[in-house]
Design a protein. Structure first.
Length: 263
């Protein structure tokens, strides 16, 4: 994990973020804070703008208006690699796993942000490079263990079950040493039992492998169970914000998900 945050303010702050694509406003005036040590769920119906928010925060999109700050510094419009190097690391809805590589090799490859070395030193490795490589391999093995994949360490990723694959995807993100771990639908395709176990793993990562977690997830049992707070989006805007119990009791939220008849 990157240097711990000693400030009392938010670790990450989105302020009045807006993104338009031609005539479509995907995100409008969205503001929320991610506090140190917090798991924050970002939820909303399909097309609400959640992934666009992720893309704005991580530099894949430049906002049409608004700003993003990290540890009190404005990072709006910075390139994705610059954002990631500061400790804001994301997973994608599409897998970041290379199927022909083993579990260990995938996580080792995920260390590229940290373990960069010159081409010259790769061909003529001195003791420093060898030490770095040994440390990266230790770290990769450690992450395999943390994610509960030790038994599958050397298995090629294509042999993994859906649940194991989801764990590996998070493991690859952990290799980049996140302070803010941003997960986009990390439990997609899991059954309810697997999702429950996945939630337990996420809880263990907070404060050990990542300072805070921002989670987009459609599995309500998981996101309600694991999040300290939730931000609910609908049609690109913030509909509600609060603790899971308050969000579950919010009529606007129920209506957004289930329609007026259920609210
Ligand atoms: N690159 C783009 N160009 C045009 N429209 C886009 C683009 N990206 C997103 N949109 C539109 O913005 C809106 C929000 O999309 P977004 O993917 O952020 O929603 P979401 O909440 O993540 O949805 P889901 O839960 O289905 O993943 C949608 O109407 C989508 O079609």
């Amino acid at each position: 994990m990157n240097a711990m945050n000693h400030q009392s303010g938010p670790l990450l702050s989105a302020q009045k973020l807006t993104k338009t694509f031609g005539g479509i406003t995907a995100v409008k005036d969205i503001s929320f804070d991610l506090m140190p040590g917090e798991i924050l769920g970002l939820i909303g119906p399909n097309g609400a703008g959640k992934t666009t928010c992720f893309n704005l925060i991580t530099g894949f999109y430049v906002p049409s208006a608004g700003s993003v700050s990290y540890r009190g510094r404005d990072v709006t419009g910075q390139k994705p690699h610059a954002i990631a190097q500061q400790g804001i690391v994301r997973s994608f809805q599409k897998t970041n796993v290379l199927k022909s590589l083993s579990v260990f090799e995938n996580i080792l490859a995920g260390h590229y942000l940290e373990g960069r070395q010159s081409l010259l030193s790769t061909f003529f490795p001195g003791s420093k490079v060898r030490r770095t490589e040994a440390a990266l391999r230790d770290s990769a093995a450690d992450i395999v263990h943390t994610m509960g994949l030790s038994r599958r360490m050397d298995a090629p990723a294509y042999l993994l079950s859906c649940g194991e694959l989801r764990l590996l995807e998070v493991g690859v993100a952990l290799a980049a040493k996140p302070s803010v771990l941003m997960l986009d639908e990390p439990a997609a395709g899991l059954n309810s039992q697997e999702a429950l176990a996945f939630g337990e793993t996420l809880r263990k990562l907070r404060g050990t492998r990542a300072e805070s977690i921002l989670l987009v997830e459609h599995n309500m049992a998981l996101v309600m169970g694991v999040s300290d707070r939730l931000v609910v989006m609908n049609f690109g805007q913030k509909l509600a914000e609060g603790r899971p119990a308050d969000i579950l009791a919010n009529r606007d939220v129920v209506e957004a998900y289930l329609g007026k008849a259920h609210a």
